[in-house]
Design a protein around this ligand. Structure first.
Ligand SMILES: Cc1ncc(C[n+]2csc(CCOP(=O)(O)OP(=O)(O)O)c2C)c(N)n1
Ligand SMILES: [Mg+2]
Length: 671
């Protein structure tokens, strides 16, 4: 009997077997508990254990980061999560380290092990891993970043965007594709041209490619050793395609007999990685079948005991259902009155100066987006001079891919950088919508406050510039519906500076909307506040006071509303108050109420299209909270429910005009 096999001592081999057995026994136990109605979802690792453990054993969770997908149970066990952690998550208990019971089971996360909170969309993890690798490189700490998915997920565009970015910058990312041949019921042949993911990604320069039999622990271990060594020696990213088997249906909601025949299923069983490992060791004579049997049974007993303890752990309190949507305890940051002011500046320069000051102050801040670097300095010159002053490591052009910009910013923010990124036009933010809706907005909530992704997303919006359908959009209505992201929309240079600096300092994501038609307008010029000026969110400004009617508005509509108010003062002697909301989330309801106490009449004016737009929400708030104050209906003036056309006469028809506001206010004054 040999004392070692393939370089592993007997004790090491037994440990490897034990972890794989614990993982499999956990899958089995969870499925049984599911049938007993103790939880509602399970997605198993059975068949993937060998490749996962082979990788995890060679990572350093104190230094390295990982973005494991839902099938990576043996991976996270190998990194140091406990069986108890897994059951607390499965049973949605308060002490679940991933999410405190907020997320579905098998959505891993554990701060102490650098296992980053995972969500459900297939593929969003890839760009985040790239962003974390950017942060690791900027720190120079030698960390590598693991990210994984199944083979089906490699059809997602974000997978390819991540490979493109990582290989272009030679970032230390380990891509692990666990190819089990199916994406739920869809076979690989319906995902890609014949061959393997290995072949498909052959065009990315600087990407080291490996393919391995992931059901053979020993082979996979050798493969990962080579891949990890290559990354650690600074060669850039590597991809390992592990050919594995999916021994259970896709999840507890699936029955694979509907789409896989009996022969296919029994062939898969022959490649069970745990059985393979056992047979190899037994054949070698290093471990006896009795010893394996003992370990297998012991694993079941251990899992049973842990599951029982987890069952009696407390659930989260109902009162906690909506905590941590945003930072519940933000630090006091306020200098709402400028200590001094300088020359008058336009909005785009106020933004540029705010960025400059914050970059000087915060060494972790980085700026990127399309065309942001000098000579161009942004298509509207908002970032002019910044790459020259702060260097290409901190201010740089991104590839032309919005999901890449937001996805990498998530990963960079999670790892401690402060990304302040630009989406060149709000009209093109939609390619990043999955990242925004299911990642940026939910990371704090879903991780039960363990992770957050404080970042600023600046983007020009709005019309009146003959920009046609895709350079005129107002996007705030979509985002006001989204808990977890602050929305800022300044109307003048002083506010723009104070609000942007505040956005750069807080611990939450901020969508910072800049009306491109106002960037250089004289009417939005203001004396420049000093560098300590911070304008906190949720504080509307009364920009014109009055007693007969309140116009609630923001952005460019502030000026059209003031014009309309002046016209009605002249024609009717009306005294109209105009409130500039300045931020749409949070929304300053108190200032609206205070004004209605005087005027009893509310007109909401916004550039976004009418239906289900910001005005719908504001009107509903007024109806709910201030109905008793009202002396007339709440009216709205907004863009028509139409795309914004290029032809300037048509554009004028669609977008709200001073005359529309004047008419609506006149009607309301008649009540
Ligand atoms: C963006 C998105 N689309 C669809 C789904 C539903 N879904 C969850 S897993 C899955 C299949 C993934 O297959 P694969 O990447 O091969 O991984 P496997 O489950 O086989 O390990 C699908 C379609 C999802 N979660 N996210
Ligand atoms: Mg698959």
């Amino acid at each position: 009997m040999s004392a070692s096999f393939k370089g592993y001592s007997k004790r090491e081999l037994l440990n490897i077997y034990k972890v794989m057995a614990l993982s499999r026994r956990t899958d089995e136990k969870m499925l049984m508990m599911l049938r007993q109605g103790k939880s509602f979802f399970h997605i198993g690792a059975a068949g993937h254990e060998g490749a996962q453990l082979a990788c995890a054993m060679q990572m350093n969770p104190k230094l390295d980061w990982s973005y494991p997908y839902y099938r990576d149970q043996t991976m996270v066990l190998g990194l140091g999560m406990t069986i108890e952690d897994l059951f607390l998550g499965f049973l949605a208990k308060q002490a679940d380290p991933g999410s405190g019971g907020r997320q579905l089971p098998q959505h891993y996360g554990k701060k102490e092990l650098n296992i980053v909170t995972q969500s459900s969309p297939t593929g969003t993890q890839y760009l985040q891993a790239v962003g974390t690798a950017m942060a690791a490189r900027s720190r120079g700490d030698g960390a590598l970043v693991y990210v994984s998915s199944g083979e089906g997920t490699t059809s997602q565009g974000e997978f390819h965007e991540a490979l493109n970015w990582a290989s272009r910058e030679r970032l230390p990312v380990l891509f692990h594709i666990e190819d089990n041949g199916y994406a739920i019921s869809v076979p690989k042949s319906s995902q890609m041209a014949e061959g393997s993911v290995y072949d498909m990604v052959g065009g990315y320069r600087h990407l080291k490619r490996f393919e391995t039999d992931g059901t053979d622990f020993f082979e996979a271990h050798e493969t990962f050793k080579e891949a990890i060594a290559s990354i650690r020696s600074g060669n850039g990213p590597a991809i390992v395609v592990s050919n594995v088997v999916r021994l259970f249906p896709h999840s507890s909601s699936d029955d694979h007999r509907k789409y896989r025949d009996a022969e296919d299923l029994s062939e898969e069983q022959k490649r069970d990685p745990i059985e393979k490992f056992r047979t190899l060791c037994e054949k070698e004579g290093i471990i006896s079948s009795g010893e394996f049997k003992n370990l297998w049974d012991e694993a079941a007993r251990e899992v049973d005991g842990i599951a029982d303890r987890a069952l009696s752990a407390p659930y989260p309190a109902k009162s906690e259902a909506t905590t941590h949507v945003v930072d519940d305890n933000p630090k006091e940051l306020s200098a709402p009155i400028p200590a001094s002011v300088g020359d008058e500046i336009v909005i785009v320069d106020a933004i540029n100066h705010a960025l400059h000051e914050e970059m000087t102050r915060n060494k972790n801040m980085i700026i990127y987006g399309q065309d942001v670097a000098d000579g161009k300095g942004g298509v509207f010159t908002a970032t002019k001079g910044l790459s020259t002053d702060f260097g290409p490591d901190r201010v740089f052009n991104s590839p032309l891919a919005e999901a890449s910009i937001i996805g990498t910013a998530v990963g960079a923010a999670i790892a401690g950088l402060k990304p302040v990124v630009e989406i060149q036009f709000g009209d093109y933010i939609w390619t990043a919508m999955m990242q925004l809706r299911n990642e940026v907005a939910t990371i704090r909530y879903r991780s039960n406050n363990s992770f957050s992704c404080p970042m600023v997303i600046r983007t020009p919006v709005g019309g009146y510039i003959h920009g046609g359908l895709c350079h005129s959009q107002s996007i705030e209505g979509f985002f006001m519906h989204l808990p977890g992201i602050h929305i800022v929309y300044p109307s003048n240079a002083a506010d723009a500076k104070g609000l942007l600096k505040y956005a750069c300092r807080i611990n939450d994501p901020v969508l910072f909307l800049e009306h491109k038609g106002m960037y250089r307008q004289g009417f939005a010029k203001r004396p420049e506040p000093d560098e300590n000026y911070l304008l906190p969110f949720g504080q509307a400004a009364v920009v014109r006071s009055g007693t007969d009617l309140t116009i609630i508005t923001y952005g460019l509509m502030v000026y059209k509303s003031i014009e309309a108010a002046k016209l009605l003062e002249k024609s009717h002697g009306a005294s109209i108050e105009v409130i500039d909301l300045r931020t749409l989330s949070p929304l300053d309801k108190v200032s609206i109420g205070r004004s209605l106490l005087k005027t009893s009449k509310a007109l909401v004016v916004y550039e976004d299209s009418l239906t289900a737009g910001p005005g719908a929400e504001i009107a509903a708030i007024i109806a709910e909270d201030y109905f008793d104050l009202l002396d007339g209906p709440v009216l709205r003036v907004a863009a028509k429910d139409s795309p914004v056309p290029f032809n300037w006469d048509l554009e004028d028809e669609v977008l709200p005009q001073t005359e529309d506001i004047r008419k609506a206010a006149e009607r309301l004054l008649g009540y």
